[in-house]
Ligand binder design. Structure first.
Ligand SMILES: Cc1cc2nc3c(=O)[nH]c(=O)nc-3n(C[C@H](O)[C@H](O)[C@H](O)COP(=O)(O)OP(=O)(O)OC[C@H]3O[C@@H](n4cnc5c(N)ncnc54)[C@H](O)[C@@H]3O)c2cc1C
Length: 250
């Protein structure tokens, strides 16, 4: 029987910052926030903070967003490791062109274990969940049979790894959109803001919206100065969305 894969997102890396020792400037922020301010100040060499309204890192980053000087956000980056994402949702995420991805291979890694992502709208209903899992079972049973049959037809191939790769790359065609995938996703903070702005919006697909909101929470913890303008609210169906007054400028 297919099992339900739960969403898991871990922030596995984010930018560090080493202030040049020969520049007389201090700030009070996370590494990512400091790097953004440093890049902005480097444009004008305003190390002495001549404008009292932008003297704190929080105010400086807010000013960057106000004036749309978004390129300074590109120096700082973050990497997430995502598990429990449906193959169809990963396809949508990978349309975001400024990110780098490394995704679990269906050609090299067997999909023996039927792990699937069930949409919230289905999970709410026991009967529909059963129907959903049964249909996944049918697909995974066919996958197993195809794998065996295709491996037999490649029996003359002496290299066992190659034989299995040839079988998996053909058999995987019947795996469903709900099959769980896992991937590493890296991008700069401007890209993360754009992704969250688009995908945490109310009308985004609930699965990608959940991923965007979860990513936002992790980023708000590690680089609060750059993501604190986003606020998270609960929708009537219990799901969450996030929005920022700067979202149309992203
Ligand atoms: C509601 C909704 C429905 C959708 N439906 C479909 C659909 O039916 N079919 C489909 O194929 N896709 C669909 N998409 C996906 C959509 O077309 C985009 O591929 C995806 O949302 C990524 O958006 P993006 O290009 O803005 O983002 P990114 O690729 O993350 O790019 C970020 C920004 O960089 C700039 N940029 C990036 N590349 C270029 C470039 N080559 N030239 C100029 N500027 C660039 C743009 O300003 C862009 O907004 C849908 C998306 C949404 C939100």
């Amino acid at each position: 029987m297919a099992t339900v894969a739960e969403l898991d997102i871990q922030l596995v890396s984010h930018s560090d910052f080493d202030k040049p020792t020969n520049i007389d400037w201090e700030t009070e922020a996370s590494a990512g926030g400091s790097l953004v301010e440093f890049a902005g100040r480097a444009c004008y060499e305003t190390w002495d903070k001549p404008n009292p309204h932008t003297a704190t890192n929080e105010a400086y980053v807010r000013h960057i967003l106000d004036v749309g000087h978004m390129t300074v956000l590109e120096h700082s980056s973050a990497t997430m490791y995502l598990r429990g994402v449906s193959r169809s949702c990963s396809h949508e995420i990978m349309r975001h062109r400024h990110f780098s991805f490394s995704q679990l291979s269906q050609r090299y890694v067997p999909s023996d274990e039927a792990r699937v992502v069930v949409p919230e709208a289905v999970l709410k209903d026991e009967r529909l969940t059963k129907l959903f899992l049964q249909s996944a079972d049918v697909a995974y049973d066919a996958y197993g049979e195809l794998l065996d049959g295709i491996s037999e037809s490649f029996a003359q191939e002496p290299n066992a790894v190659l034989r299995m790769k040839q079988a998996r790359q053909a058999a995987r065609a019947v795996l469903p959109n709900c099959a769980e995938t896992r991937f590493v996703m890296s991008g700069n903070l401007r890209s993360w803001r754009h992704f969250i702005g688009m995908r945490a919006a109310e009308h985004a697909d609930p699965e990608i919206r959940r991923i965007a909101v979860r990513s936002l929470r992790l980023l708000q913890q590690s680089v609060p100065e750059v993501f604190e303008d986003f606020s998270i609210t609960t929708l009537r169906d219990g799901g969450e969305m996030a929005t920022s007054p700067y979202v149309s400028d992203i």
